[in-house]
Design a protein around this ligand. Structure first.
Ligand code: C2E
Ligand code: CA
Ligand code: CA
Ligand code: CA
Length: 279
């Protein structure tokens, strides 16, 4: 409670700035969940659009709550971003992903990469680069096996800082992907300024393909842009053969979606990798 100038008392806490769906009991449970190790990573295949060969995996965080069951990231990531827990969770995910990539590669007997989501707050943290180095050193994974997914918004907050951090990532051969490309408040100038390697076309532009003329136009332009800038493109949320065929025809090299593999636990991903080898 807080006194206002007029002597009235209103309920106030910094939490009030949180998203509308903000759930205080969920927030309390999260601290406990971190201690009890209830968070885990799922892995979704990123595949070659033509051959369906798995090129890598995106890690997607899951919270296995003892009574609520699986809590989706849309419910807990915004809370974690808000209260700072994302720094802890993000550092853990980076480490866990780097450890996992080694097992995946052993099973596959070839190079693979792992693509990890980095939240805006985590990217801006002073500890981010040292956590990245720790994850690489601890796991023995190499920088070129790692892609970090950031959003347009992350770049726009403090471009000079973003540029400095990204230079360090490039020194480590860690690649940078722009997640949800085209959905943020962005300017194309950042494609010139920052050392970006991958554009991920958001599901919003994929879900109505190939029927939607507008989405088709947007995807074509993104693919054309990427081709001229030598960027790789991953189309997200591919659910149908028609979408896949259209994207392949337009020269989109990589796809990710329920059609070619849902997010799955590590042991299931290992099986998918083994089967993928012999198809
Ligand atoms: P995102 O990074 O854009 O991840 C893609 C989301 O689309 C995932 O949702 C994935 O399960 C879902 N998806 C994949 N293929 C399909 C499809 O074919 N159809 C449909 N309808 N959906 C598909 P998920 O796992 O619920 O994650 C939601 C968001 O939460 C992610 O969006 C990302 O922004 C955030 N997130 C997840 N894990 C992490 C993490 O470890 N760190 C951070 N900072 N954010 C994370
Ligand atoms: Ca992502
Ligand atoms: Ca995305
Ligand atoms: Ca998204």
């Amino acid at each position: 409670a807080k006194e206002t100038g007029k002597g009235r008392t209103v309920l106030y806490s910094p939490r009030d700035q949180g998203p509308p769906e903000h759930d205080i009991s969920l927030e309390a449970a999260m601290f406990k969940a971190v201690r009890e190790g209830e968070f885990l990573l799922y892995y979704q295949p990123i595949v070659d659009a033509r051959t369906k060969v798995i090129e890598g995996f995106e890690t997607l965080m899951r919270w296995k709550h003892p009574t609520l069951g699986m809590v989706p990231p849309v419910r807990f990531i915004p809370i974690a971003e808000n209260n700072g827990l994302i720094n802890l969770l993000g550092a853990w995910a980076l480490k866990a992903a780097c450890m996992q990539i080694r097992q995946f590669q052993e099973v596959a007997g070839r190079e693979l990469y792992i693509s990890v989501n980095i939240s805006p707050r985590q990217f801006r943290s002073d500890r981010f680069l040292s956590e990245l180095d720790d994850a690489l050193a601890m796991s023995g994974a190499e920088g070129h096996q790692l892609v970090l997914e950031i959003t347009e918004g992350t770049l726009m907050v403090d471009p000079a800082h973003a540029e400095a951090v990204m230079e360090k990532m490039v020194e480590r051969k860690v690649r940078i992907a722009i997640d949800d490309f085209g959905t943020g408040y962005s300017s194309l100038a950042y494609l010139k300024r920052f050392p970006i390697s991958v554009l991920k076309i958001d599901r919003a532009f994929v879900k109505d393909l190939p029927g939607s003329h507008k989405d088709a136009a947007i995807c074509k332009v993104v693919l054309d842009l990427a081709r001229h800038l030598s960027l790789a493109v991953v189309a997200e949320g591919v659910e149908t053969e028609d979408q896949l065929a259209w994207l392949d025809e337009q020269g989109c090299h990589y796809v990710q979606g329920y059609l070619t593999g849902k997010p799955m636990p590590a042991n299931v991903a290992v099986t998918a990798l083994k089967e993928n080898l012999y198809t």
